[in-house]
Ligand binder design. Structure first.
Ligand SMILES: C[S@@+](CC[C@H](N)C(=O)[O-])C[C@H]1O[C@@H](n2cnc3c(N)ncnc32)[C@H](O)[C@@H]1O
Length: 284
């Protein structure tokens, strides 16, 4: 199956290209978000856990550390390579496989918990990806989807756009008339409905957690922004080296202004953490 690439959809090569930055600057900061999601999904030691659009393991590594047997899947070979290296270095019970989330190459009903953190949130055919997550989950098992909430409250994104605007007058950021796929379930009611439509019951969407991006320098925030998603990098692709250095300088000032007494600035974003149960009487 192939999926139409739209202007909003980064191709796999774009994710491959940011895998190193993702591994170093983004995934390690996701431990709290992952812990919240895995707790809400009721993951227990000994469970089988499938991670969909797993990246370098922001959710899979914490799941394996909790004692689950983990399969991490992602369409980007570069992401999976880094996940595999980290899992091996820690001696975790975890495997990585390259796979498109719209068409999981896995049998029906194999996993106690299937999760996706900042993954199926952003794919073009989300309904299909959610149906696949439900299909491969055991009857009575749970499906977890962690996604960003209201983009208006996404502080790191607003810091980044403001800093570029300070250096490049007229820079507007993402086009407002073309909403980013990344925020397609920013409304918790939409996420609840999509999980229900995918065949899940007892669906809950927790909005009490926030992502916390902790940085000490403008450079760290720049690396986080460009490492987390191909979109920011595409927006600043035409900047000169001088302009890029100036943006990082502006970010430095913004981070310093926000810093606490330890020199750390914590930028937050709202989260929707959705969990549903696959009906026990389901055939799959
Ligand atoms: C923002 S990252 C999230 C990674 C990880 N889940 C985490 O929480 O750190 C999004 C991931 O989705 C993957 N991805 C995007 N489209 C995909 C698709 N169609 N199938 C599988 N993975 C996909 C990207 O390669 C990337 O690793």
């Amino acid at each position: 199956m192939t999926h139409q690439q739209t202007a909003h959809t980064a191709p796999v090569e774009a994710w491959d290209a940011i895998a190193d930055r993702y591994d170093k600057h983004v995934a390690p900061g996701e431990a709290d978000v992952a812990a919240a999601g895995l707790r809400l999904a009721g993951l227990r030691p000994g469970d089988t856990f499938l991670d969909v659009a797993a990246g370098t393991g922001g959710l899979s590594l914490p799941a394996a550390r909790l004692g689950a047997t983990v399969l991490a899947t992602d369409w980007s070979p570069e992401m999976i390579d880094r996940f595999t290296a980290r899992a091996a270095a820690e001696g975790l019970d975890a495997e990585g496989r390259v796979m498109d989330c719209h068409e999981l190459d896995l049998p029906d009903g194999g996993y106690d918990v299937t999760g996706s953190q900042f993954g199926v949130m952003l794919v073009p055919d989300q309904a299909q990806a959610l149906r696949e997550m439900v299909r491969v989950t055991k009857p009575g098992g749970r499906v977890l989807v962690t996604a960003y909430g209201d983009p208006g409250e996404f502080e790191a994104l607003h810091f980044f756009i403001s800093a570029v605007q300070a250096v490049v007058p007229g820079f507007e950021g993402p086009a407002e008339d073309e909403p980013l796929l990344e925020f397609q379930v920013a409304d918790p009611d939409v996420l609840r409905q999509r999980l229900t439509d995918a065949g899940l019951t007892a669906v809950t969407v927790d909005t009490s957690h926030r992502e916390r991006v902790a940085v000490r320098t403008g450079r760290q925030l720049w690396d986080w922004a460009l490492g987390g998603n191909p979109v920011p990098g595409a927006l600043v692709a035409d900047l000169t080296d001088r302009q890029r250095d100036d943006v990082i300088g502006v970010l430095d000032g913004m981070v310093r202004e926000r810093s606490d007494s330890t020199g750390t600035a914590v930028l937050t974003a709202p989260l929707n953490i959705g969990v549903g149960t696959k009906p026990a009487h389901s055939k799959e």
